[in-house]
Write a protein of this length. Structure first.
Length: 277
């Protein structure tokens, strides 16, 4: 059976220690078009958030030339490819990767490439990547693994709260109407992913109530994986993590942080069998 390599993109967060086992296809962010970060040029988290405080961050999907090089290197090593991408509803990366995959299949007819739209982001997509690694270790083929991952997409949930909706609105990730709800004094909206897009899940009076409701969500059914996600507010994150008894955590990557802003926290869940709601 032919060996395969698991890839994902820069919108996806991976729990430790899996980062080194998965090929990362970087995405890009910039404050000024003269300086683009994400591959060879990297901005530290501290410097990124200093700039974000006063400037709008823009993002771009994967570079097709880089994806082509990474895939071609893998194929020339005699390996197949499984790529689990961030939701196509949030980024154009999935479509770009599919385009490259089709080109590679034409150039290398013997290679097998599976590209999966995770319909999620951050650690939610990351859990699917971990599942793929575990299935590979169990001896599953590329096709068997891809089939199982597609089944598990419906078991993934992500719930989170942000301090300021302006970042999601200006990036087009939520509508201005949803953003206005978040502007109401002391209203914290739990957000989730539905059909690959960010949608409001529940309005809450204050952050404490929001975190308690996130706890109730986490306890509402049997979980296969449960992780906490955050950026910025460490106190808020620590409270969320302790309430849900998270087994892992992930600091949001800078692509996701560009859209949610400097303070956000929440959870990613892979349900054990079916969603409880």
């Amino acid at each position: 059976m032919k060996e395969f390599v698991v890839f994902t993109d820069g919108d996806v967060d991976l729990p430790a220690p899996y980062g080194e086992e998965i090929g990362m296809l970087p995405q890009y962010y910039y404050f000024d078009e003269d300086m683009v970060y994400g591959d060879e040029q990297i901005l530290s988290r501290d410097d990124f958030f200093k700039q974000l405080a006063g400037r709008r961050a823009y993002t771009a999907g994967v570079n097709p030339d880089l994806v082509t090089r990474r895939f071609e290197e893998t194929i020339q090593e005699g390996k197949d490819i499984l790529c689990i991408a961030v939701s196509s509803g949030l980024s154009g990366s999935y479509n770009t990767i599919c385009m490259v995959a089709d080109h590679m299949k034409e150039q290398y007819p013997a290679c097998n490439i599976e590209v999966i739209d995770s319909l999620n982001a951050s650690l939610g997509s990351g859990f699917l990547c971990v599942d793929a690694l575990e299935l590979r270790k169990q001896g599953k083929s590329l096709q068997e693994t891809a089939e199982e991952i597609r089944k598990r997409i419906g078991l993934i949930d992500i719930f989170f709260v942000v301090d300021d909706f302006k970042y999601l609105v200006q990036g087009g990730r939520v509508s201005p109407a949803v953003g206005k709800i978040g502007d109401i004094l002391d209203i914290k909206v739990i957000l989730t992913m539905r059909e690959g897009r960010i949608e409001p899940y529940r309005k809450n009076r204050g952050i404490s109530t929001a975190l308690r409701n996130i706890q109730r969500i986490a306890q509402s059914g049997e979980t296969a994986r449960l992780g906490a996600i955050y950026v910025g507010n460490q106190k808020m994150f620590d409270k969320c993590k302790s309430l849900v008894n998270a087994e892992c955590e992930a600091a949001l990557n800078l692509i996701v942080s560009s859209h949610v802003g400097p303070n956000a926290t929440g959870i990613a869940i892979e349900w054990a069998s079916e969603k409880p709601f």
